[in-house]
Design a protein. Structure first.
Lengths: 228, 80
């Protein structure tokens, strides 16, 4: 299976993501430059974290107009697997591949810490190796992760089982304290209706080796590999 | 021609930054400040088009790029 990791000016988790896919998981992996017009026949596109275009205007707002993202949109529309991590999630929202938008964190602070995520849907290419309800410990690092969507759209999201991860306590309980950035319905990870595009604020590539304090993130990449 | 576009959060969206500024003003004693909504201002210079064309293009630009319609609204005025 071949992964493509997108690089925008300002991406800063591109090499971490590449390292996990290539060296930890031993998968064929290539970088995709934002100005390119081809995805080089990859099976899965990963939009990494960072500050694409310096977060100018809004997080992810400028990245959506890059030539490569038009290819990514077409790829996703045809059912290709796309994983957006942190800034990658914000780009997917701006691109309208996922519903909703991000607001500044409720406490107006940049949050850089480990959080716990309850897995809500395991019938996906991104979570098929996880048990429903399993709690994963994965770090976040963002300013704009306070997920917002209009109530009617949220109902649709719930009906379609599109919420994949929710911020929770270590035992899986949903509390206001655990919902660190104030996201609507504690949403940390969200999938499209087609089931091939996932956006998540936490960074699984930063939790894929024991030495980094958690390897819970690796199971997401392993699920993708298993699905193909 | 110069156009000023104001982008701000929709009324249904909380604006914690505006709230924080309001609280700071209250601390300074400006108790009469009831609410603050923070936004962004864009000044756009246009050339070679009529006012009618500007009235078509500016909402298009605002909707497509300057504002995210899910959380933000915009208004504009032609200032020069």
């Amino acid at each position: 299976m071949k992964f493509g990791v997108v690089i925008f000016p300002g991406s800063n988790c591109d090499y971490d993501t590449y390292f996990v896919l290539k060296d930890v998981l031993d998968q064929e992996t290539t970088f995709l430059w934002h100005k390119e017009h081809t995805l080089h026949s990859v099976d899965c596109v990963v939009l990494p974290g960072g500050f694409s275009y310096g977060d100018y205007l809004r997080s992810g707002a400028i990245a959506k107009f890059s030539p490569l993202m038009q290819e990514v949109k077409e790829f996703a529309d045809k059912g290709g697997l796309v994983l957006g991590i942190c800034n990658g999630f914000q780009v997917l929202l701006e691109l309208e591949l996922l519903p909703g938008a991000m607001l500044r964190n409720k406490n107006l602070k940049f949050l850089c810490q480990h959080v716990h995520l309850r897995t809500e849907n395991t019938h996906t290419p991104f979570t098929n190796r996880v048990q429903k309800g399993d709690v994963l410990k994965i770090p976040i690092a963002h300013f704009d992760g306070n997920y917002f969507v209009e109530p009617e759209a949220l109902n649709m999201i719930k009906q379609n089982d599109q919420i994949i991860f929710r911020y929770c306590e270590p035992d899986g309980q949903l509390t206001e304290r655990a919902n660190v950035n104030g996201s609507m319905d504690c949403i940390a990870g969200l999938m499209n209706t087609g089931g091939n595009v996932l956006g998540m604020m936490p960074h699984p590539e930063r939790a894929s080796e024991t030495i980094l304090g958690s390897e819970d993130g690796r199971i997401i990449f392993e699920s993708i590999i298993h699905s193909l | 021609m110069k156009v000023r576009v104001l982008v701000s959060f929709k009324d249904s969206v909380l604006d914690p930054q505006g709230q924080t500024v309001k609280n700071a003003l209250h601390t300074l004693g400006y108790r009469e400040v009831k609410d603050i909504r923070q936004g962004k201002v864009f000044e756009i210079e246009l050339e070679g088009i009529s006012i009618e064309e500007a009235d078509r293009i500016i909402p298009e630009i605002s909707d497509k790029v300057l504002a995210n319609p899910i959380i933000e609204k915009f208004e504009y005025q032609i200032i020069e």
